[in-house]
Design a protein around this ligand. Structure first.
Ligand SMILES: [Zn+2]
Length: 128
């Protein structure tokens, strides 16, 4: 983590205490889908901090249990899903995030089947 970047973001009021560290650790990408949070205004406005193990499931409010997430991943897909169910209770942060990514990919794939069928029915074609 680049401490001078964290300090500058805080000085300019662009990130709160934890947000700066979480974002810097994540490389400014959603830790669940790699969405680049600096690529557009829409992405920039969709930054969220997520408790990897939800607080409702006993997850700590600590930097270790925080992940940078886009709003779609957090609100639409992950929600209060607990990665401990898949990764196990002794899993480390990396293993928990890997479990979340897998869960979200499954949900996205399921929605992609709906989207594909919808496209088929309406005769949608990608515009150039
Ligand atoms: Zn995401």
């Amino acid at each position: 983590m680049r401490q001078h970047v964290i300090d500058q973001l805080r000085r300019e009021g662009l990130a709160g205490v934890w947000t700066a560290e979480v974002c810097e650790r994540a490389g400014y990408k959603c830790e669940y889908c790699d969405n680049d949070m600096l690529a557009s205004v829409d992405n920039y406005l969709s930054w969220e901090l997520d408790h990897i193990i939800p607080q409702s499931a006993g997850g700590d409010h600590t930097l270790e249990n925080m992940a940078l997430s886009c709003r779609e991943c957090k609100v639409r897909f992950k929600r209060s899903w607990n990665p401990v169910y898949v990764a196990g209770k002794d899993a480390n942060r990396e293993e928990l995030i890997f479990a979340v990514r897998g869960n979200i990919e499954k949900k996205r794939a399921s929605w992609f089947r709906c989207l594909s069928r919808h496209r088929e029915i309406v005769g949608w074609e990608e515009s150039e």
